[in-house]
Design a binder for this molecule. Structure first.
Ligand code: ZN
Length: 105
């Protein structure tokens, strides 16, 4: 099996899985129920993963996923740092809480 995709957002992984399946690719989702598992497992270990069963399907699977992901929107998703004043920001903020500078794309 070959892992072709992983994301903390299980709905995204499930969506990609259904698209691959509808294209005739046999898939397997790993860590599907990871987030409800025991607290002893480090969070990083339970990222839902999408695998293809046949290595020969890998190329098609990756191109389908790339298609679904579309062009990179450049939308920032993680913590960032204000370009104007250098203050670290939480991912949810679109503007610096300190100086109100807009988040750079
Ligand atoms: Zn700032």
């Amino acid at each position: 099996m070959i892992k072709v995709f992983e994301d903390f957002d299980i709905t995204q992984v499930a969506h990609y899985q259904s698209v691959l399946e509808s294209n005739g690719i046999d898939t397997f989702m790993k860590n599907q129920f990871g987030t409800s598992g025991s607290g002893e497992i480090p969070f990083i270990e339970v990222v839902p993963e999408l695998w293809v069963l046949n290595a020969s399907d890998e190329k098609q699977a990756r191109s389908l996923i790339a298609e679904l992901q579309g062009p990179d929107t450049g939308e920032p998703t993680g913590p960032w740092e204000c370009a104007a004043c250098g203050t670290p920001q939480e991912a949810v903020f679109t503007h610096c809480w300190k100086c109100s500078e807009a988040r750079a794309a």
